[in-house]
Design a protein around this ligand. Structure first.
Ligand SMILES: [Zn+2]
Length: 128
């Protein structure tokens, strides 16, 4: 099992329904990644899609990919309730699996100069 120390949260930055996991993958392939850069993608219905395998190093947070997993949510302004429920389930599963503390969960903007993601994760950390 890969040694995971961090989970990094992202958003797509796209507010509308006009997006898909396949579209994200195509954009990442166009950037030269060999597959989608995130490990999990949460759509507007709260469905969790698998991107890269957890065993594979992702391509989502420059300088922090090796010890981390990347999770991306559809949207640009925040999470809806369906996404929030799924994100908590996913985070809780990963926290137990990799023995992570709430402090090991970070937003992309905590690591780089970016506005990604728009949503807060303090509420989520408090529930882990
Ligand atoms: Zn990001």
């Amino acid at each position: 099992m890969r040694d995971i120390k961090l989970v990094v949260f992202h958003h797509t930055g796209v507010p509308t329904q006009n997006q898909s996991v396949k579209g994200i993958e195509e954009a990442h392939l166009a950037r030269g990644f060999d597959k989608i850069g995130y490990h999990y993608i949460v759509d507007f219905e709260g469905t969790i899609h698998e991107g890269r395998k957890e065993s594979e190093v992702g391509a989502h947070a420059k300088g922090f990919n090796t010890p981390s997993l990347g999770i991306c949510c559809f949207g640009a302004y925040g999470l809806n309730n369906l996404q929030a429920v799924s994100l908590l389930v996913l985070a809780d599963t990963l926290a137990k699996k990799y023995k992570l503390s709430p402090w090991d969960f970070l937003r992309h903007k905590d690591l780089a100069r970016t506005l990604c993601p728009a949503y807060d994760i303090d509420w989520l950390k408090q529930k882990l």
